[in-house]
Design a protein. Structure first.
Lengths: 413, 159
């Protein structure tokens, strides 16, 4: 069964807008997804009926708030196939989750000369924390290159992983749409004795994530790309790793006892959750996961594969060689993120013209400047597809792009 | 697309398609300065030759969107051959056109009042005024000018 997109769209109030007389065409979900009414209602309802701080009060609504907050944790943990909720640490976003690993696990386990392997298509969130550690600790960063089909070139993987302590890679590129073969990467990392961190920020909204099937050590994700609110994300890690890791931020909630001469840490996962967490946002994330589960991740994935194929075919048919698509040419192991560029028209100018027709795409380096340097381009335009997009949206993009081409034509006629 | 014509005036597209003063100068005697827009990755590289207080030559390299490239090209046409003091005045007038009014609070003395700027003729540069209606693009339009000021400051600070 395919997705009933008109019915889904009705759940997203923002998508009903018009701009300049055009139906809003939202093609920037890879940046942040729109929210269904059920997420907004869950957050409102929680604040109207049960809001209190968590893990503190003994009064009824505080108990209710704590139960709802922990139920949200259990829902996220189950959604990604975690063994237990204690392995699921709430963070501010995926960026903070990676910084947590770099700061805590990295500082406890990496020394001068140790190697961390990244890929050329990582988001800055999975680059800069390692750069920071590299300049502080003198660790070496190595990079898995991309090939001509915009996939990871694993030819020299064994060599790259030699003596590596960590492999940190994305499960899906936020620029190219490339889906990486995590089980293959995990096996290679294990053979080399390296730990593995998977950035599932882009993958989790679109495909089934199963941290146990992956056999990864650390997996990070963020709520706002998967219909949830901004301000909350998560780190999943194996219990033994989390137990051995020193705390990240210090403060309330993460302690068992504090004395004038020191402190002891709380149990997992609260050991890594200093301060009042994003309580209402956790409730919203839970509602988002319920919404995704109701549709079914397989159905969502199938819908996006079909729509991506339609979009790639339509772009090629309309523009041919005049438009470069940066990403795998087929939908095999590919998500609905489509980066493209007219060689003589800057991505910002493309977005500006599309905006006139209410087509929202992202323009820029997509927080992946190392990849942009590999591709030798300053920026791309990026259209990204989600469960509420349909062929009408793709058609609107194509029509608007024909106007872009006409507007910036070097031969103004 | 009425709004777009405000932004992309014909003179802007002309400078974008046929940018003036593209190229490089030998360093030294010229001074090289780079400006980046971290949001979009645009970069502008200016080669400035300042002799006896005059911007005697100026060349441009780098890449970016039509607004940043056109603004850079128009800036080069506006200040090439002009005294440094006049180049700075034109810069302030241009930034005022972009609705950027430099504050004296905590900063250096601006040195030009609104009256001083009223006499500055921006000519073609006024075509960029439409950018003000598109706030995220103001940074594209001002990148070259901020880079110019940085370069002139660096030259002034060189003994």
């Amino acid at each position: 069964m395919g997705l009933d997109v008109p019915r889904i769209r009705a759940d997203f109030p923002l998508l009903g807008q018009e701009h300049n007389g055009h139906r809003l065409v939202y093609l920037d979900s890879a940046s942040s997804a729109q929210k269904p009414r059920s997420v907004m209602r869950a957050m409102d309802e929680f604040m109207e009926t049960s809001y209190a701080n968590v893990h503190r009060g003994v009064y009824a609504i505080a108990e209710a708030a704590t139960a709802r907050f922990e139920a949200a944790r259990a829902a996220v943990a189950e959604f990604i196939g975690a063994r237990e909720s204690a392995e699921l640490v709430f963070t501010r976003n995926a960026t903070e989750a990676i910084n947590l690993v770099a700061y805590s696990w990295g500082r406890a386990n990496l020394e001068r000369g140790d190697v961390v392997v990244l890929s050329e298509m990582e988001h800055h969130a999975n680059v800069v924390p390692w750069h920071m550690l590299a300049s502080e600790r003198g660790i070496e960063l190595r990079w898995i290159p991309i090939d001509a089909e915009y996939r990871l070139d694993l030819t020299n993987l064994e060599e790259l992983l030699r003596d590596a302590k960590l492999l940190a890679v994305t499960a899906m590129s936020n620029v190219l749409g490339t889906i990486t073969d995590i089980p293959v990467l995990v096996r290679a990392a294990r053979r080399a004795g390296a730990h593995i961190l998977v950035d599932a920020s882009q993958a989790a909204p679109h495909t089934t994530v199963d941290v146990q099937a992956w056999d990864a050590d650390f997996v990070v994700l963020t709520a706002h790309k998967m219909l949830g609110p901004s301000g909350i994300g998560a780190l999943w890690a194996r219990r033994d790793l989390l137990e051995a890791m020193p705390p990240f931020l210090g403060g309330g909630e993460m302690i068992r006892d504090v004395r004038k001469d020191g402190f002891t840490t709380n149990d997992l996962p609260w050991k890594f959750e200093a301060g009042t967490p994003a309580i209402t946002e956790a409730i919203g994330w839970h509602a988002a996961i319920d919404y995704l589960n109701d549709l079914g991740m397989d159905a969502i994935h199938d819908h996006e594969v079909t729509l991506t194929r339609y979009a790639l075919d339509a772009l090629r048919a309309e523009f041919g060689d005049r438009l470069t698509i940066y990403g795998p040419s087929t939908t095999e192991m590919r998500g609905g993120v489509i980066s493209f560029l007219f060689p003589t028209i800057h991505a910002h100018d493309v977005s500006q013209v599309l905006d006139e027709e209410a087509v929202c795409v992202r323009a820029g380096h997509h927080c992946a400047k190392p990849l942009m340097r590999v591709l030798k381009i300053p920026a791309t335009s990026r259209a990204s597809l989600y469960l509420y997009n349909d062929t009408d949206d793709v058609d609107a993009l194509i029509v608007a792009l024909t106007h872009v081409e006409k507007f910036f034509s070097l031969d103004p006629t | 697309m009425a709004g777009l014509e405000d932004l992309y005036r014909e003179i802007i597209l002309d400078h974008y398609r046929a940018p003036r003063n593209r190229g490089e100068l030998d360093v030294p005697p010229a001074h090289r300065v780079e400006g980046f827009n971290p949001l979009c990755g645009d970069e502008v590289v200016l080669y400035l030759d300042v002799e006896n207080g005059v911007v005697s030559d100026l060349k441009i390299a780098g890449q970016g969107c039509s607004i940043s490239q056109a603004s850079t090209s128009m800036m080069s046409a506006a200040v090439r051959g002009k005294p440094v003091t006049e180049a700075r005045t034109i810069t302030r007038a241009f930034k005022a056109l972009m609705s950027i009014h430099e504050s004296k609070i905590g900063g250096e003395e601006v040195g030009a009042t609104a009256d001083d700027l009223a006499g500055v003729r921006l000519g073609d540069l006024e075509a960029l005024q439409g950018v003000v209606k598109f706030p995220v693009r103001i940074k594209c339009a001002t990148l070259a000018w901020n880079t110019l000021v940085q370069g002139l400051d660096e030259i002034a600070a060189t003994p």
